[in-house]
Design a protein around this ligand. Structure first.
Ligand SMILES: [Zn+2]
Length: 409
């Protein structure tokens, strides 16, 4: 009797299991948004600011905190609890940890890892790599390049042309002709490889579904290759991360699916500067970019997965300071432009006063080792709840997209 009961239970289990596996979620449009340096405090402060702007106390809402699934992600690198962006991006792109400052190469300096973008591309998915900073920077770089040092910007950039990926976007390249301006031009390499270089918001707006392989950067007149202007400093005609996200969708959308990495790179930079006002406006801008992907999700809810996470926390942002049980987010409205737009001693003192008036504090101008959030919505999103390691994220994406992935070359 016991045996019969066991067989019956096993049979039911098999039926349930096969039903589960046959209906397993299989997203074919996947967005991985990385808010560089965006810890829980950065999100909380931004939501408190939004609430205060609406005349209420508590928590307003950025787009992604409304996602049904949340998890917490450990970010330590191979050699320290406090990761840098290139080691974190290596973990998020290859599923392997490495030492700080290395990109896509193991701590032994020999073993080369491979980003999940490569097997996804071979499997027929279109691939996009986009950021609000330069395309050769640590986070976007780790999704297409390998280098012993994240500072080898030209070496990283030269690897873009041979990827065959479909969309690159950002401010530009830090050294388009090498550090000494004596090497082969990156843009010419990309054009030779079949990419069309598109510049500024006008170029982005003209992209159509049959655009081919695209590199979207700032307008030619822009001298600043390092990054898009901060959201708080933005002028009419500046290229923005939401525009880049829209362009990515236009370029990548096809019946076989895509993977888009989209980085809000300057939440980190503003936090390095302990510039709370710039952090808030960058986080709102990042949230606006995620909204563009959410519009796409609503049109393809069964086939789309959106993940929003961070590579690490920056600044150790404290909400509350000096024993005071309060935060005054509207104090940040006393500042109209970023500290970096006017890097004087007087402005630095002023920004510290603003932080003090807001009862926010920053114990470091570097990164910290706390866990960061991951927010998920769509097909397979439930795989991103609970406590994860950053190396779990690309493995679970590859599994959901039905691609074998070792993270090794
Ligand atoms: Zn950083």
């Amino acid at each position: 009797m016991k045996q019969k009961l066991f067989l019956a239970v096993a049979l039911i289990g098999c039926i349930v299991f096969s039903a589960c596996t046959s209906s397993a979620p299989h997203p074919k449009y996947v967005f991985l948004f990385i808010g560089d340096g965006m810890g829980l405090a950065h999100v909380t402060l931004t939501e408190d600011y939004i609430a205060a702007k609406n005349g209420v106390h508590g928590s307003g809402s950025v787009s992604f905190t409304q996602f049904p699934i949340t998890g917490l992600v450990t970010t330590y690198s191979a050699n320290t609890l406090v990761t840098c962006s290139s080691a974190a991006a290596t973990a998020l792109s290859t599923g392997h940890k490495t030492n700080n400052n290395m990109m896509g190469i193991a701590p032994d300096s020999i073993t080369h890892f491979a980003s999940l973008t490569y097997p996804l591309h071979r499997a027929g998915y279109k691939i996009g790599v986009a950021t609000s900073v330069s395309i050769d920077h640590a986070t976007p770089g780790a999704f297409y390049a390998t280098s012993l040092s994240r500072s080898n910007y030209y070496e990283i950039a030269t690897q873009a042309a041979s990827t065959g990926f479909d969309f690159f976007a950002g401010s530009g390249f830090i050294y388009p002709k090498g550090k000494n301006k004596d090497q082969a031009d990156i843009y010419e390499q990309l054009e030779t490889a079949g990419y069309r270089i598109v510049r500024g918001p006008e170029g982005a707006a003209q992209l159509a579904g049959d655009a081919g392989k695209i590199v979207l950067v700032q307008a030619e007149s822009e001298k600043e290759h390092r990054r898009l202007p901060y959201a708080i400093d933005r002028k009419e005609g500046d290229l923005t991360l939401p525009q880049i996200t829209q362009a990515a969708i236009k370029t990548l959308y096809n019946p076989d699916g895509f993977f888009a990495l989209i980085e809000g790179g300057q939440i980190d930079w503003a936090a390095h500067a302990n510039d709370g006002a710039a952090v808030i406006h960058e986080t709102i801008d990042f949230s606006e970019a995620v909204k563009i992907a959410m519009d796409f999700y609503r049109q393809h809810p069964d086939e789309t997965l959106i993940l929003v996470t961070a590579d690490h926390e920056t600044g150790g942002l404290s909400l509350g300071r000096d024993g005071k049980y309060a935060v005054h987010p509207l104090a940040f409205d006393g500042q109209q432009r970023s500290l970096e737009s006017e890097p004087t001693d007087e402005k630095a003192v002023f920004v510290q006063e603003i932080n003090s008036n807001a009862f926010c504090a920053w114990p470091t101008k570097g990164h910290t080792g706390t866990m960061v959030p991951v927010y998920a919505i769509g097909a397979g999103s439930e795989r991103f709840s609970g406590k994860l390691d950053n190396t779990d994220i690309p493995k679970r994406i590859a599994e959901l997209m039905g691609v074998e992935f070792s993270g090794l070359k």
